[in-house]
Ligand binder design. Structure first.
Ligand SMILES: C[S@@+](CC[C@H](N)C(=O)[O-])C[C@H]1O[C@@H](n2cnc3c(N)ncnc32)[C@H](O)[C@@H]1O
Length: 473
């Protein structure tokens, strides 16, 4: 199966998947930190942006209504506040929305009363926990589902969703583009089609799992396809899973790179997130009028597909330890800081060049190959890859969205911060200031995480969070 199909099972299998087996995976007791784990401040800052967005939507709705009234020569009627759909995608157990709603109730009751909350979350366990998390603000919950509502007016927010979507992994060889496949050398849940679950896509065929037979070898399949100086290389893990290279599972992979004008050099191994593109297209079509705010770690394509990331960014997280091209397994016994903050929230160490486990751009020349860390213990660790913001943006614009801002989290939150209550006036000012620093500190969450904001049918309003315009480091 492709790496995308493997990730789909390892993360989202309805019984055994990593996200299915617990309603919350981040935080001190979990495997990594997100901005939400820093405390309610992140939600409080976001609420300021959402309240501004709601007032823009209300004002433009009034203009449209007045135009219609003049057109029909009818009398003006008293207009009630427009309902505001707040759609959080990848909402987990609903903590971010709970923080936003509590902030809205305290700061702007009229805004709070217009909110219709829709939580979109793949994990049934996390969905079941949402009402309890929302608790005193659960009255605003309008829906909770695994997929988007049919259509909505308002805003979609997604914090660290796109990086969690299954990705394909490709590698450039002298003979052309190849794809990484996972095969099982013994029967397991992975090669039992009826237990495979409905989420695997048609292109993610299970066929490669049924062994590297003669036909597959003839077409360039099999362990021999992953070579070390021409000899087969054993990259099996404890579960009998192995990676091999084969022809790309879909022409969409080469098309994706061609569209970006990216030419990979021989030996580069990178990830392609077709799902992120499908996701933004889907969100854009369902949004009638409003905004989409994406918060995630990643890069523009020209940086993601460059020598700096020539080993890819596929990383696993377990118990606040990360292992991947940016934090190799050999060093994973220590707490390690990276994009998703496996260790202390807010810091990141980008490792360029060749990973120590020999699974990188030049790994074919190394003698001690090991299985890539993301292949280990499926269902028990997180697997994630950096987002290609260029492709997400291109797809969004093709669907009629307008890009309104692309900023480091530092600059986005700094634009909102002047509006927030004085941290000195909070019950615990020291902790409020510490949390703010964690969220905005360049070199940590502040610069690894980017905010991409789109609008639809709203023109190009100057948003508070975009005070620093397009600003990414
Ligand atoms: C890294 S977690 C982030 C959770 C939360 N947003 C936060 O910041 O703490 C990613 C979440 O997205 C969910 N998810 C993954 N794919 C999804 C999809 N296609 N639609 C909705 N949720 C999805 C996962 O189940 C998981 O809860």
């Amino acid at each position: 199966m492709t790496v995308a199909a493997f990730m789909d099972l390892a993360l989202y299998h309805p019984e055994l998947g990593y996200y299915a087996r617990a309603d919350q995976r981040s935080g001190r007791a979990g495997d990594f930190f997100t901005s939400v784990d820093v405390g309610p401040l992140f939600g409080e800052l976001l609420e300021i942006q959402l309240a501004e967005i709601a007032s823009i939507l209300q004002a433009t709705a009034e203009v449209a209504e007045n135009a219609e009234r003049i057109h029909h020569n009818s009398a003006r009627s008293a207009r009630s506040a427009v309902a505001f759909d707040l759609v959080e995608a990848g909402a987990g157990n609903g903590r971010l929305s709970a923080d936003i709603l509590r902030a809205a109730r305290e700061r702007d009751r009229a805004f709070y009363d217009t909110i219709q909350l829709h939580l979109v979350e793949a994990s049934a366990g996390a969905r079941a926990a949402q009402r309890a998390t929302l608790a005193d603000v659960a009255e605003r919950l309008a829906s909770s589902d695994a997929s988007f509502p049919c259509s909505f007016d308002g805003v979609v927010i997604a914090n660290e969703l796109l990086d969690a979507l299954p990705v394909h992994q490709v590698v450039m060889r002298e003979e052309g583009l190849r794809e990484t496949y996972v095969i099982s050398q013994r029967r397991s849940v992975l090669d039992t089609p009826e237990r495979h679950g409905a989420r695997a896509s048609a292109s993610d065929s299970l066929e490669p799992l049924r062994g590297a037979g003669a036909e597959q070898q003839r077409r360039g399949w099999g362990p021999g396809a992953v070579r070390e100086g021409g000899a087969p290389r054993d990259v099996k893990n404890d579960d009998g899973l192995t990676v091999i290279e084969g022809p790309p599972s879909t022409p969409k992979l080469a098309e994706y790179l061609a569209r970006l004008g990216i030419e990979l050099e021989a030996g580069w191994r990178v990830e392609i997130n077709l799902r992120a593109v499908e996701w933004i297209r889907d969100a854009a079509r369902r949004l009638r009028r409003g905004f989409i705010i994406l918060i995630d770690y990643g890069h523009e394509a020209r940086e993601l597909y460059s020598p700096t990331h020539a080993a890819g960014t596929l990383t696993s997280y377990s118990g606040h330890r990360s292992a991947g091209p940016e934090a190799p397994a050999a060093a994973a016994s220590e707490r390690r800081e990276s994009s998703r903050s496996g260790g202390v929230p807010g810091a990141r160490s980008v490792r360029a060049g060749v990973p120590e486990w020999g699974w990188g751009p030049t790994s074919d020349r190394k003698s001690s190959a090991a299985a890539p860390p993301w292949l280990q213990s499926p269902g028990e660790q997180d697997i994630t890859a950096h987002v290609d913001f260029t492709s997400v943006r291109q797809a969004a614009e093709e669907e009629g969205l307008q890009t309104l801002g692309f900023l480091d989290q530092t600059y986005f939150l700094m634009g909102l911060f002047p509006e927030i209550r004085n941290p000195q006036s909070t019950p615990n000012p020291q902790s409020a200031i510490r949390n703010l620093k964690t969220l905005i500190m360049p070199g940590g969450l502040g610069s690894t995480h980017k905010i991409l904001i789109f609008g639809k049918g709203v023109g190009t309003p100057a948003l508070r969070g975009c005070s620093y315009k397009m600003r990414v480091t």
